[in-house]
Design a protein around this ligand. Structure first.
Ligand code: SAM
Length: 200
């Protein structure tokens, strides 16, 4: 499905970064290493690379990531891409200054396994930034997000899954989204900025 969605010249979610990421990326230590999960065509990865970060983008879709690489070159930056299924992707240990998750909707068992790795995968003072469609999205007029409740997210669940991180922002928000043709209109989202603080 994703390769099919990305095969045209248009960018399915536009070429601008996600609004929440754009407003919060300054939490990420300057020049740091950033992993963008389920990054698709690279709009967020390229934005972060343009801000001076060293960005790796992972996604299931090789078509999306090829487009992301070309988009990076067009913008005068480079990003590293990894074609992988998040179901068995190893985030590593103390590897990232930030992990970014924008509309990265996967089945709950995969999401829980992924999120259970986030604390260890971040360096000290590393940051996790997430925006995803909330379960209430099913009742909203906006377009975007998977059509089943189980693939959507809620703050209660995420706070449990991301246990150990210090939450700076943890909110369920209704907002107008305009990202390409596939994310449009009044939408319900969950937003998180959380940090890895190590206490000795
Ligand atoms: C709604 S798009 C969001 C893309 C990007 N984060 C953005 O904001 O533009 C969801 C992405 O999740 C990816 N994806 C879905 N399931 C995945 C999985 N199991 N492993 C890796 N990527 C996956 C898809 O290929 C797609 O690019």
């Amino acid at each position: 499905m994703w390769n099919e969605r990305y095969k045209g010249d248009e960018f399915a979610y536009g070429i601008e970064p996600n609004d929440f990421l754009k407003s919060k990326y300054a939490y990420i230590p300057k020049g740091g290493k950033v992993l963008c999960l389920a990054e698709g065509e690279g709009r967020n990865a390229v934005f972060l690379a343009k801000q001076g970060y060293e960005v790796t983008a992972v996604d299931l879709s090789h078509v999306g990531l090829q487009k992301a690489e070309k988009f990076a070159l067009k913008n005068g930056v480079t990003i590293k891409t990894v074609v992988a299924n998040l179901a068995d992707f190893d985030l590593g240990k103390e590897s990232w200054d930030a992990i970014v998750s924008i509309a990265a909707h996967v089945p709950p068992p995969i999401r829980k396994k992924l999120h259970s790795q986030v604390f260890d995968a971040l360096k000290e003072n590393g940051v996790f930034i997430l925006e995803a469609f909330h379960e209430r999205q099913l009742k909203m007029s906006g377009i975007g997000g998977p059509p089943s409740k189980e693939m959507l997210m809620s703050l209660d669940e995420l706070e449990v899954e991301l246990h150990g991180l210090e939450f700076k922002i943890a909110a369920e928000v209704d907002r107008h989204i305009s990202e390409g043709v596939h994310h449009q209109g009044e939408s319900a989202v969950v937003q998180i900025v959380a940090m890895k603080k190590v206490t000795i």
